[in-house]
Design a protein around this ligand. Structure first.
Ligand code: F6P
Length: 325
């Protein structure tokens, strides 16, 4: 495969705070290494439309503190087809772009892997999703900020819940990933956490709330991971009312979790990942990903990062249960 001289970067899937830091690092590291860097607007969909522009050092100035992504993002079913990827590969070739950096989640990584396998376009994946659910990396850009946003919201809910002696079900994002729910649960002293893969033990939930009230607790908070579809909080609310006559309020935090200024942790890891992604291309690692392992950003094989991960540490659930007594 020939030397990489012109590279492009895009964001794909749900946005995540810190993506701008990664874009900035890609552009500035790339230009520093003598490469030409291009930005693809609106993810794979923008690539198929040829929505590509040259980026210089100034075009990424003053962006690292902002959430969202200056390149915008999309979910693109067309790129999930072999035909769509062929069109994308032809377009990259016509524009003389030698390699592609993809910032996104597991779906975006699978698309990048297929582009490499089918058309030998060098690709590097940078894990960017608030869900922290990509195999092969301990961390994905945006998770820390999303947790911070959710914790701030739950702290506020706790104030009003205490004043009115109420029970709240707070639904957090994360689809099948337990990561946000578990961390937010521990960090807010939630009485219970409902993870996407678990069967809901309503008897235990109600028992815990009653025990709390008996020992003088003035509120209860249940953190529920949204699962495949938003709205699980309302299902739980209905069950608690109908089967146990327990009145609970529902608060779905939703997309507020994905916005806002990235935390220093997200800024740092995203900057390191953007930098390493360009280094991977320069050193000829053409189907790779930047991953966070043992506290460091390193380069790994993209094929090790294609699976969605939804495992969690059972000891975290035990900790939450023990401390929320
Ligand atoms: O990007 C991940 C995520 O925020 C999930 O936590 C959530 O379920 C999903 O995206 C929401 O997707 P959309 O923004 O397309 O509604």
């Amino acid at each position: 495969m020939s030397e990489v001289k012109r590279i492009a970067v895009l964001c794909s899937g749900g946005d995540s705070p810190g993506m701008n830091c990664a874009i900035r690092a890609v552009v500035r590291t790339g230009i520093g290494a003598g490469l030409e860097v291009f930005g693809i607007q609106k993810g794979y969909a923008g690539l198929l439309e040829g929505n590509i522009r040259a980026l210089d050092v100034s075009s990424v100035g003053n962006i690292l503190q902002h959430g969202g992504t200056i390149l915008q993002t999309s979910r693109c079913p067309e790129f999930m087809t072999a035909e769509g990827r062929k069109e994308a590969a032809n377009l990259l070739k016509r524009k003389k772009i030698d390699a592609l950096i993809v910032i996104g989640g597991d779906g975006s990584f699978n698309g990048a892997m297929a582009l490499y396998n089918e058309h030998q376009i060098p690709v590097v994946g940078i894990p960017g999703t608030i869900d922290n659910d990509i195999d092969g990396t301990d961390y994905t850009i945006g998770f820390d900020t999303a947790v911070q946003n959710a914790v701030e919201a739950v702290d506020k809910i706790r104030d009003t819940a205490n004043s009115h002696a109420r029970t709240f079900i707070v639904e957090v994002m994360g689809r099948k990933s337990p990561a946000i729910a578990l961390k937010v649960g521990i960090c807010t002293g939630a009485e219970n956490v409902i993870l996407p893969t678990a069967t809901i033990d309503y008897g235990k939930i109600v028992g815990d709330i009653d025990r709390g009230i008996k020992r003088g607790k003035t509120s209860s908070i249940l953190i529920a991971a949204e699962g495949e579809v938003e709205g699980v909080g309302h299902t739980i609310q209905k069950e608690l009312k109908e089967k146990f006559n327990l009145q609970a309020h529902v608060c779905i935090l939703g997309h507020i979790q994905r916005g806002g200024n990235p935390t220093p942790t997200d800024r740092l890891i995203a900057s390191q990942m953007g930098h390493q992604a360009v280094k991977a291309l320069v050193s000829g690692e053409f189907a790779s990903a930047t991953v966070f392992r043992n506290g460091k950003v390193v380069i790994a094989n993209l094929k090790d990062c294609l699976r969605k991960k939804n495992e969690f540490d059972v000891s975290d659930v035990e900790l939450l249960t023990l401390l929320s007594i």
